[in-house]
Design a protein around this ligand. Structure first.
Ligand code: AMP
Ligand code: MN
Ligand code: MN
Length: 316
């Protein structure tokens, strides 16, 4: 069980540490990367020793995030000592891959906004009402009166826009909008960020063309899903937005994307208009939010699909 901290206590814990490792979750997205990099830039300015770890490949589509060159992949068998390990935007310890083994830390802090948070860290700052960990970063900087640069602001704007669909999803609150406004006041150009977030490689588009024919409906059209089979899967493509295609179809309540990342490893993304998909994801060892959740099922894609659909059919 974690000790839950206030923003002030979170800020003080960060300031008290000298050697800090920040880490993202695996299958990194704009929120985990933007939040980690914006905070890393600030801590570096404060003279801290900072390492940013991500135990996964970084998709080329993220190369525009300021400070991305700071991100390192931990090597198995190595040891990195730290006063503080900070897990950003991850709700369980297994979401950070081997970072948990490589880093020998004195204290473990988790900053997160997932309702499915497992309270694994020594210290936790959790705000499940925040649209993104990037929104929590804005509140932290404001509470601590930490100076923010344009680059840090860009990082947090990327983080927030990623998780709230550029301020369109149901998790967007007045606080999310105020955080966005504050970041614009620091010089962020929203069109520049949104153009870069929307930009897709040709490879990604070609893959989408191969994946769309797999669109299948179930439960009288209340469930729709896409499947990326092993032969189509290419880790260079950014498939994060693909689940939006089944999501915005009339009558669809739950949209799913199944991605065969290995022969017996299937990554699942779920989106829903109402049904609590976080609960379903949790029951498969994953997590997320009520309307956006995911899990990894250790089975071939067809089998994983049957297992998950059996649960989802009960809900619609
Ligand atoms: P995604 O479908 O990958 O965009 O993820 C949707 C939400 O579910 C995000 O908040 C993720 O952090 C969360 N999520 C996805 N996969 C997992 C997993 N295997 N374990 C825990 N949370 C996950
Ligand atoms: Mn995330
Ligand atoms: Mn997030």
């Amino acid at each position: 069980m974690s000790k839950e901290l206030s923003l002030q206590e979170t800020g003080s814990l960060l300031m008290a540490a000298q050697k800090i490792v920040l880490c993202t979750h695996v299958s990194p997205d704009g929120d985990t990367l933007g939040s980690s990099l914006g905070l890393a830039k600030f801590l570096l300015q404060r003279g801290k020793e900072v390492i940013v770890f991500c135990d996964d490949l970084l998709n080329k589509s993220f190369s525009f995030i300021p400070g991305l060159e700071l991100v390192q992949r931990p090597e198995a068998g190595t040891v990195v000592e730290a006063d503080l390990l900070v897990v950003m935007d991850a709700s369980s310890f297994d979401r950070i891959g081997i970072v948990g083994e490589v880093v020998k830390y004195q204290q473990l802090l988790n900053i997160d906004h997932h309702i499915s948070n497992t309270r694994f860290a020594d210290y936790l700052y959790l705000n499940a009402k925040a649209a993104a960990t990037g929104e929590i970063m804005c509140e932290l900087f404001q509470a601590m009166e930490w100076p923010i640069t344009k680059e840090m602001a860009e990082c947090f704007y990327i983080a927030i826009s990623t998780d709230c669909g550029s301020f369109r999803y149901g998790n967007t609150t007045p606080k999310t909008m105020r955080a966005g406004a504050w970041l614009l006041e620091q010089g962020v150009q929203p069109n520049e960020i949104s153009d870069k977030l929307e930009m897709k490689s040709r490879l990604t588009m070609e893959m989408l063309a191969k994946v769309l024919p797999s669109l299948t409906f179930e439960a009288e059209g209340k469930i729709a899903y896409l499947t990326i089979t092993n032969d189509i899967y290419n880790k260079e493509a950014n498939t994060d937005s693909f689940v939006n295609y089944p999501r915005y179809i009339e009558g669809v309540e739950i949209a799913i994307m199944f991605k065969a990342v290995e022969k017996k490893v299937t990554r699942v993304s779920m989106r829903s208009s109402n049904v609590d998909v976080a609960q379903v994801a949790l029951s498969f060892g994953g997590g997320g939010h009520i309307r956006a959740a995911g899990c990894t099922i250790y089975a071939p894609v067809e089998e994983a699909r049957e297992q998950l659909l059996a649960e989802l059919r009960k809900l619609v």
